[in-house]
Design a protein around this ligand. Sequence first.
Ligand SMILES: *[C@@H]1O[C@H](CO)[C@@H](O)[C@H](O)[C@H]1NC(C)=O
Ligand SMILES: *[C@@H]1O[C@H](CO)[C@@H](O)[C@H](O)[C@H]1NC(C)=O
Ligand SMILES: *[C@@H]1O[C@H](CO)[C@@H](O)[C@H](O)[C@H]1NC(C)=O
Ligand SMILES: *[C@@H]1O[C@H](CO)[C@@H](O)[C@H](O)[C@H]1NC(C)=O
Ligand SMILES: *[C@@H]1O[C@H](CO)[C@@H](O)[C@H](O)[C@H]1NC(C)=O
Ligand SMILES: *[C@@H]1O[C@H](CO)[C@@H](O)[C@H](O)[C@H]1NC(C)=O
Ligand SMILES: *[C@@H]1O[C@H](CO)[C@@H](O)[C@H](O)[C@H]1NC(C)=O
Length: 475
Amino acid sequence: MREQGAVPAVWGILLILVIAGCQCHLTGEERRYQYEIKDFQVPLDHFSFLINATFNIRYLYNDSFVDKSNARTPIFFYTGNEGDIELFAQNTGFLWEQAQLQRALVIFAEHRYYGKSLPFGSSTFNSSMPEHLAYFTVEQTLEDYAMLITFLKNDRQMPVVAFGGSYGGMLSAWFRMKYPHLVHGALAASAPILQFPGITDCDIFYRIATSVFQNAYNGNCTVNIARSWKLFESLGGNDAGKKQISEAFNLCTPLKTDGDLKQFLDYVEEVYSNLAMVNYPYNSSFLAPLPAYPVRQVCFYLKDLHTTDVDLLHAMASALAVYTNYTGSAKCLDTSVSSSADASGWDIQTCNQMVMPFCSNGTETMFRPSTWNFKEFAEKCYKNYRLTPKPYDIILRYGGRNIESVTNIIFSNGLLDPWSGGGVLQAPNDKVFVIILPEGAHHLDLRHSDPADPPSVRDARQKEAAIIAQWIKEF
Ligand SMILES: *[C@@H]1O[C@H](CO)[C@@H](O)[C@H](O)[C@H]1NC(C)=O
Ligand SMILES: *[C@@H]1O[C@H](CO)[C@@H](O)[C@H](O)[C@H]1NC(C)=O
Ligand SMILES: *[C@@H]1O[C@H](CO)[C@@H](O)[C@H](O)[C@H]1NC(C)=O
Ligand SMILES: *[C@@H]1O[C@H](CO)[C@@H](O)[C@H](O)[C@H]1NC(C)=O
Ligand SMILES: *[C@@H]1O[C@H](CO)[C@@H](O)[C@H](O)[C@H]1NC(C)=O
Ligand SMILES: *[C@@H]1O[C@H](CO)[C@@H](O)[C@H](O)[C@H]1NC(C)=O
Ligand SMILES: *[C@@H]1O[C@H](CO)[C@@H](O)[C@H](O)[C@H]1NC(C)=O
C-alpha cells in the first residue's frame, strides 16, 4: 500500500507497485513456499441482478498439511491485497508456519483487478473504457472471497481464519466484521483501518517515518534529508543544476523540465516512506532487495552534517542507492512510472473508496511540507479515471472508530511502521486483541520466523498463534 496525497494522484501510488512489480518474477531463493495455482469463477457484479457476466480470479492452494481424517480442517485464508498474490504468499511465512502446526488448508486469494485476476483482461485499465473500473471495490472483493470459501467448504464445517497484512489486513478485519458466519477470526497485521478522513491526523504517517530515520543512526540523518529538498530545488532551478543532479544520481533520463524534477523528488520521498515500512531486521526483498535494517544503512551515509552542496548531493545519492541499487545491478536510476496493470490498481482504489489523507508539516518532519486538499485530489481522480472519490464511504460501511460490536480480530501493529498511526491501538472490547510490536516494521509479524527477529516479534507471534489456536478449538 502506498501513502499518497502529498504527491499528485498519478505518481503517488505507483512506486511500490512498480518496484514490487519487479519482485513478481520471484527468483528461486525467494520461492520458499509451493502451491497449486487455481482459478475460480466469480460474478463481475455481485450486487446486480441484471448483469450476469463472470470472470476468473486466481487463488493459491496447498493441502499438504491437512489431516484428511479431520472433518473440521481449518482453512487459513489470506485475503489478497494490491498486487500479484504470489508476492504475498512468499512474504507471509507466519501463515505457512501456523498452517503446518494446525494442519490447515492454505489458501491465498488474489484481489480482483490485480495480478492475473483482471475482469476485462488486457483492456481492464484502458482509459477509454472507464466503465471497466466500476466493479473495483472492497465489497465486490469480499464477496469474491466469501464465494470462494463457500465453495472450498463444500457444506462441511470448517473454521476459517483470515490473514492479511496492510490493505490485506484491512480486508481481513472487514471480512470478519461483515461475514462472521464464514470467517471465525482474523489476523489483521499493520492494517490502518483508521487512516480515513476526520478520524486520524493527516500528518501521522510522515511523523512516524521521520522518527524511524531519527533513531536509526544519528540525528544528522533527518537534518540532511530535510535540507536536501531546498538543495534539490535550488539546483533544479537551472539547466546546469539539473545536469548535476542527473549525474549524481545516475538517472536513466536526465532531468529536463520542472515536471521531471518534481517526479524525481516525489520518487525520493516515496523511497523514504517505503524504507521505513520495510525496515526489517534481516535482508529481504519485499518491495526491493534490501540489507538488514536498511534505514540504518541509509542513515550511515548521512551521518555527517554536510555543509557543501556537492557533499550533500553525493551523500544523498549513496543513501538512496541502498534502496535502488543494493544488488549493484541497476545500470541507471529509473524514476519514471510504468503503466502496467498492477501499477494503476491502488491509485484507482484511492480514487473511489480508499481516500486516505496525508499531509506533512515541513518543520516537524524531514519530508516536504504538503497539505491535504480533497477537492484537488478529487479533480485529479476524475481527470485520470472519471472516478469521483467518496471520502466517507469506508467509515460508513465499516464503522471508523466505532467497532465496539466487533469480535475475534487481532490487530497487530509495529510502532516503527508509519502505517501504525492509522492502526487500531486500543481494543474496543475483550474479544478484540491488540498486539503492539515496539520494534516492528510493516507487518513484520506476518513474515517467516528468522533468527534476527527482535524479541517483541517472537512474543507477538506466540500470542497470535495462541489466539488462533483458541478460535479453532472453540469452533
Ligand atoms: C505445499 O507445501 C508443502 C510444504 O512446504 C510442500 O512440501 C508441498 O510440495 C506443497 N504442495 C504443493 C502442491 O505445492
Ligand atoms: C445471462 O443470463 C441469460 C438468461 O438466463 C442467459 O441466456 C445468458 O447465457 C447468461 N449469460 C452469462 C454470461 O451467463
Ligand atoms: C483502448 O480501447 C480503445 C477503444 O476500444 C482501443 O482503440 C485502444 O487500442 C485500446 N488501447 C489499448 C492500449 O489497448
Ligand atoms: C541475504 O543475505 C544472505 C547472506 O549474506 C545472502 O545469501 C542472500 O542472498 C541475501 N538475500 C537477499 C534477498 O539479499
Ligand atoms: C553530525 O555530524 C558532525 C560532523 O559533520 C559530527 O561532528 C556530529 O557529531 C554529528 N552529530 C551527531 C548527533 O552524531
Ligand atoms: C549500481 O551499483 C553498481 C556497482 O557498484 C554501479 O556500477 C552502478 O553504476 C550503480 N547504479 C546506479 C544507478 O547508481
Ligand atoms: C507546523 O507546525 C508548527 C507548530 O505546530 C506551526 O507553527 C506551523 O505553522 C506548521 N506549519 C505548517 C506548514 O503547517
